[in-house]
Design a protein around this ligand. Sequence first.
Ligand code: 5AD
Ligand code: SF4
Ligand code: FES
Length: 362
Amino acid sequence: MSTKIQDILNKTDFSKQDIVTLLNTDKNERQFIFNKANEVKKEFVGLKTYYRGLVEFSNECNKNCYYCGIRAANKDVNRYDISDEQILESVKFAYENKYASVVFQAGERDDIEFIDRIENLLKKAKQITENKIGITISLGEQSLETYKKWHIAGAHRYLLRIETTNKELYYKIHPNNNKHNFEKRLKALEAIKEAGYQTGTGVMIGLPFQTYEHLADDLLFFQKFDIDMVGMGPYIEHTETPLYEHKDILLPLTDRFDLSMKMIAILRIMMKDINIAAATALQAIDPIGREKALKVGANIIMPNITPTINRENYQLYENKPCIDEGAEDCTTCLEARIVIAGDDLGYDAWGDSPHFIKRQQK
Ligand code: 5AD
Ligand code: SF4
Ligand code: FES
C-alpha cells in the first residue's frame, strides 16, 4: 500500500484533504480502506447485521425535490395510502419474524390529520407488540412539537437525510422556496435530536455537480453533528424528474456505486460506533450491492415489508429492487445474503447505535 494511504488510515482524525485523497483511491488502494473499515466494524459494533422492516406506507407527498420519482408534480404516479390496519399487519409480520424494529416511511405531509394519524398508529404498533417493537420514522420535516409528540407516542429513531450539506448544491437539486429550504432542513435535524430521538441523516452520492470536496464535507458534517445513524446511497436518475436533464454529466452507475462504498467505509473508520445502513439503492445498481456494503462497514439492512401491491408505486428512482417480492421472499432472501456476507443476524435485538447510548450517558 502506498505510504500516503497508510499514513492517513493510521490517523485518529481525518482532515478534508485526507478524505478527498481516500475518495480518490484506485481499485488496489481502496481495498486497504475497506479492510480497515471491516476491522473497525468488528471491534466496535461487531460483525452483525440488524434488520429494520421498512413500510413505505404512502407515496403522497407535497414536496417537489428535483430528483425524486414521487414528487408532487409527477402526475404519472398512482398515489396510494395504505390503511392503518394494513400497516399494523406489516408490523405484526416484522414482530413475528423477529425483526425487532420497523421503519415507517412516506412522502412528506404536515397537516394535522396526518400528524394525529401517525401518533395513533405509533401507539397501536407498540400495543400490538407488547411494547417491544422498535420504531424508526422517516416522515420529513416537522415542527419540534410534532417530533416530540411522535417520540412520546413510541418512535425512538428518526431519519432525515440532509441530502447534501452544500447549500449551493442543495438548491440545484431542490426548488428554492418555503417548502424546500436548506436552513429549515438543518433546523429540523436539530429539532429531531432535541426531541430525544436517535438521529439519522444521510446524503445522495454521485449527484450532478457534486464533487469529492462536497462529499468530504458531508462526512465531516456527520461527525460534527454527532449523528447516531447514517443512510446514504447512490443517486439514481429517474426519467420523470427535472434533474434528469443533467443525466449526461453523471458518473457512470458503477462509479457512483464504488464511490458509495468508499463513503461508507471512510465513515465507519471516522465514526466507529454509529449505525450505518446498506441503502436499497445500492442494490438497484449491483444485485449484491447491499451485501458488499456490509463488508465495508454498514450494519443495518431495511428489508421491504410493504404489501407487494403497493411496491411498484413507491419508486423514488428507477430499477428499484424487490418490487414483485413479498415480505416473506425478502426475509428468506436476505437471510441467505447476510450469511454469505459473513455477518450474524441480530434477530430479536433492537440494535441501537452504541453511539447514541454513549451520547445519552454523557
Ligand atoms: N436516487 C437515489 N435516492 C433517492 N432518494 C430520493 N430520490 C432518489 C433518487 N433518485 C432518496 C433521498 C430521500 C430518500 C427517502 O430517498 O435521499 O431522502
Ligand atoms: Fe417527497 Fe421525499 Fe420524494 Fe422529496 S424525496 S419529493 S420529500 S418523497
Ligand atoms: Fe427482496 Fe431479495 S431482498 S427479494
